[in-house]
Design a protein around this ligand. Structure first.
Ligand SMILES: [Zn+2]
Length: 193
């Protein structure tokens, strides 16, 4: 059996994260961003006072700050902002081109620090986004030399564990990956796909 934990905004709470990770032996630590300037990155409220473009850009800037300083192994649901965008505007973000520079900055940091990137299937099976945009980011990541990919279904209910992972596997293969990462004692293990 393996144990994992997801830490939100680890760069903003380094002491709490250090205490948690010292108290338990986790196999994998997911890092994620649920709030930017106290606004929830999964809720329509996030966009109350900003346009889609402004909000997504500020989200990716904050994601870079997390990637630089957080103690984590894998960046989870980098695309959670799609959920807020869908809830606020009914808009599916199918193209990250306008944010390419910001997203590549995040990817560069992950690669330099040896951190993984999660393919999160929630936007697909909850119908709030388009995995074609995830494929776009996977291609950038691979082109830049990234090779640590994990799958996550972000299940908040037992019935959703593993949901959409078949599609995510196809996505990883389409982006040119022939192996996935898994973790044991916070060390990367490889699995051929
Ligand atoms: Zn989360």
């Amino acid at each position: 059996m393996r144990a994992g934990v997801e830490v939100g905004e680890p760069h903003e709470h380094p002491e709490a994260v250090a205490a948690l990770l010292a108290a338990h032996e986790f196999d994998v630590v997911l890092g994620s961003l649920h709030f930017v300037n106290d606004l929830p990155s999964f809720s329509r409220r996030y966009f109350r006072d900003q346009t889609l473009e402004e909000g997504v850009a500020s989200y990716f800037s904050a994601l870079a700050a997390l990637a630089v300083a957080g103690d984590f192994d894998v960046l989870a649901h980098f695309d959670i902002i799609c959920r807020a965008a869908y809830r606020a505007f009914g808009a599916v973000i199918a193209d990250y081109s306008p944010y390419e520079g910001l997203m590549r900055q995040v990817l560069r940091i992950l690669i330099e620090r040896g951190k993984g990137l999660e393919i999160n299937t929630a936007i697909a099976y909850r119908r709030m986004g388009d995995l074609a945009s995830t494929l776009q980011v996977l291609r950038w990541y691979r082109e830049m030399g990234g090779d640590i990919i994990t799958l996550g279904s972000d299940a908040h209910h037992p019935r959703d564990v593993g949901a959409g992972c078949d599609g995510a596997l196809d996505l990883a293969r389409s982006a040119g990956f022939d192996r996935l990462a898994t973790y044991e004692g916070r060390q990367v293990r490889r699995v051929s796909i």
